[in-house]
Design a protein around this ligand. Structure first.
Ligand SMILES: Nc1ncnc2c1ncn2[C@@H]1O[C@H](COP(=O)(O)OP(=O)(O)O)[C@@H](O)[C@H]1O
Ligand SMILES: [Mg+2]
Length: 359
């Protein structure tokens, strides 16, 4: 299905709040650079490290899939980027979006960024919608908060946005209350809301997890469309490898707050190197298979009491003495492929021709 292009007229009316400058003009390099990001929460057990020295880059028109089990720090990472963590949270590192460090910004500046350059779509569409207002009322309100459009022009823009997210009979849907819509429709409305400011970065936190499989496939198709037609950069968080494989160009696998492997989709799916990534792939249903194979045995560690070595060691079939003692670094093992595992790195080095070793 084709995506209706945003009208250029609306774009000028949607200019970002003061100080942030015009969208996209003359910028080169990555859209987003996350550098050494650490997020720690104060808990009864002491400081809990939810995001542990995470670094990556995202370019315009690409989808970065963040893949990991529940509790691996995916949501904490997105919320940190958006500046939505409680005041007591300890945060360090850099989140450079279009040349500006969001971590170093004042709360006011960050709020402006949230209303213009970045939007987020959460797992449960009902949390983002108000049950007592119609879709039109909510969209118009959001549009007017972000622009100087009149009520009538905002209503027109609301209709355009519903068309953009491919909602059938959009005029009728505008008059509906959230409870009158199906789960898939509601998530499309939430995505429309996220598009109001024409963001350059879209953060999606398991946005299809609550949907059934066929609806999920269609919403994923919509995300792909947004990426190509609007050139947005998207970070798409999921615990589901099949979803990541369907939507992502690049994947970062997160375990216990750290990236343990990253690469292009092909690298991760066809040539996984970390025992955890391999485990995720093996636990995935393949075509023709009816029963889900066994998931990786064991559970992730307590993030407030991380071991000194590899956090995956207690669950790893390849564990060695060193793995318990020291933390492996995230080593580059290809042009765009990296892994944090002593065993995998050694095996790759051993497999290399002698002349290339140590180069
Ligand atoms: N505000 C908070 N205060 C304390 N701990 C938190 C807070 N938010 C998240 N956590 C903890 O951080 C860890 C990572 O959580 P989360 O980012 O939600 O994981 P995921 O999204 O990958 O399932 C979990 O141990 C969770 O309990
Ligand atoms: Mg989460």
């Amino acid at each position: 299905m084709a995506l209706t292009a945003a009208r250029p007229a609306a774009e000028t009316a949607m200019a970002p709040a003061d100080g942030l400058g015009p969208a996209g003009a003359g910028e080169s390099g990555p859209l987003l650079q996350v550098r050494d990001l650490v997020t720690e929460f104060k808990t009864r057990d002491g400081w809990l490290t939810a995001v542990n020295h995470v670094s990556y880059e995202l370019h315009r028109g690409r989808v970065l899939g963040i893949l990991g089990e529940s509790g691996s720090g995916k949501s904490a990472m997105l919320r940190t980027i958006l500046g939505l963590q409680p005041k007591s949270t300890r945060i360090s590192g850099e989140v450079i979006l279009r040349g500006r460090d969001l971590i170093a910004m004042t709360p006011r500046e960050r709020e402006d960024v949230r209303g213009s350059w970045v939007s987020m779509v959460f797992q449960d569409p009902m949390t983002a919608l108000d049950p007592v207002f119609t879709v039109e009322q909510q969209l118009v309100e959001t549009i007017r908060r972000h622009s100087t459009l009149s009520k009538a022009a905002a209503a027109e823009r609301a209709l355009e946005l519903l068309e953009m997210v491919q909602i059938p009979s959009p005029e009728r849907r505008l008059k509906a209350y959230p409870f009158e819509l199906s789960g898939g429709m509601r998530q499309r409305v939430v995505i429309a809301m996220a598009l109001v400011s024409n963001p350059s970065l879209l953060l999606a936190d398991e946005p299809t997890t609550a949907l059934d499989v066929t609806v999920q496939a269609r919403v994923l198709e919509l995300f792909r469309d947004l990426k190509t037609k609007m050139g947005m950069g998207i970070i798409f968080v999921t615990h589901d490898l099949a979803v990541a494989a369907d939507i992502a160009d690049d994947i970062a696998v997160m375990y216990a707050g750290r990236i343990v492997e990253y690469g292009r989709l092909e690298d991760i799916v066809r040539n996984p190197q970390h025992p955890y990534t391999k485990g995720l792939l093996e636990a995935n249903i393949r075509p023709g298979q009816t029963e889900r194979p066994e998931a990786i045995p064991g559970a992730p560690p307590n993030l407030a009491k991380l071991p000194p070595g590899c956090a995956f060691a207690p669950r790893c079939s390849k564990v060695e003495a060193t793995c318990w003692e020291s933390l492996p670094t995230l080593d580059s093992i290809g042009l765009s492929h990296g892994v944090r595992c002593f065993v995998a790195t050694r095996e790759i080095q051993n497999a290399m021709p002698v002349a290339a070793k140590g180069a």
